[in-house]
Ligand binder design. Structure first.
Ligand code: ADP
Ligand code: MG
Length: 245
């Protein structure tokens, strides 16, 4: 076991990161790690620093102290586009799909990179439409006309176009209808079967305990607890303690 739990050969290691927004000190030494192909949940109440943690990994927010390692090398302070190329997919809370591009055009923005052959692009698009039949049905519709759940799927599908080794998902089920929530759960299962690691930020505790292998609970900018999901399914006292639910 490494200091904050997890795999002996972690894909992603977050080591004691601190972040500030102006003078507000938000993260106070967050450490966590994610193994290859592992689904890890990050739980916590509103405003504790979950999104900030993902932004620090994705290169959107730069830590004032601490390090982020990916495949053993420091990626701290690399720009977001470099991180995407290294294999870190990021789906922010607001999804950022292009409302005036069609579904296919949205997906193609993830294929606009060197070294991807036309045949491979087609394969990736077909694979994505296989995973997300609703996107296939709507392939010529503008992104902005999709429902919230469909936009979330499109955002995840677009991140998958980059063939990432890990996807960071920020509250993918927030505000979605139960049917859509279960589809997002299925997609996390598909990513896992494909060997893609997932760092899942959620407020939906049952979904996170079901989808994740390991869980971190963050409170006021620090990780207060980490445990295998199975332990928290058997005894959810730490969830009550640190999330007040
Ligand atoms: N751009 C920002 N400027 C200033 N404060 C921010 C900014 N973004 C987030 N915060 C503050 O940082 C804290 C953590 O936010 P966040 O990481 O979004 O929490 P969570 O995702 O756990 O709800 C909150 O107190 C929030 O108000
Ligand atoms: Mg958030």
């Amino acid at each position: 076991m490494t200091p904050n739990g997890g795999a002996a050969d972690p894909l992603l290691q977050v080591e004691e990161i601190h972040t500030h927004y102006g003078k507000s000190h938000i993260l106070h030494g967050v450490s966590l790690n994610v193994g290859r192909g592992e689904v890890v949940g990050l739980l916590g109440r509103n405003g504790v620093g979950k999104s900030t943690t993902l932004k620090a990994i994705a290169g959107i927010v730069h830590p004032s102290a601490g390090r982020v390692l990916f495949e053993g090398r420091s990626i701290t302070n690399l720009p977001a586009h470099r991180l995407a190329r290294l294999g870190i997919g990021y789906v922010p809370e607001d999804r950022r799909i292009f409302p005036l591009l069609t579904v296919t055009e949205n997906l193609r923005t993830g294929l606009d990179r060197h070294g991807v052959t036309t045949a491979r692009k087609k394969e990736l698009l077909d694979k994505s439409y296989g995973y997300f039949p609703v996107l296939a049905e709507r392939r010529n519709q503008f992104g902005g006309t999709l429902s919230g759940g469909e936009q979330q799927m499109l955002a995840i599908a677009r991140a998958m176009m980059l063939e990432p080794k890990i996807i960071l998902l920020d509250e993918p089920t927030e505000g979605l209808m139960p049917r859509m929530v279960s589809q997002i759960r299925d997609i996390i299962g598909v990513l896992h079967r494909d060997g893609v690691a997932v760092l899942l930020v959620e407020q939906n505790v049952p979904l996170t305990l079901d989808a994740g292998q390991r869980i971190y609970i963050i409170e006021k900018g620090v990780v207060r607890h980490h445990a295998p999901a199975a332990d928290l399914r058997a005894d959810d006292a730490p969830i009550h303690r640190y999330m007040g639910v």
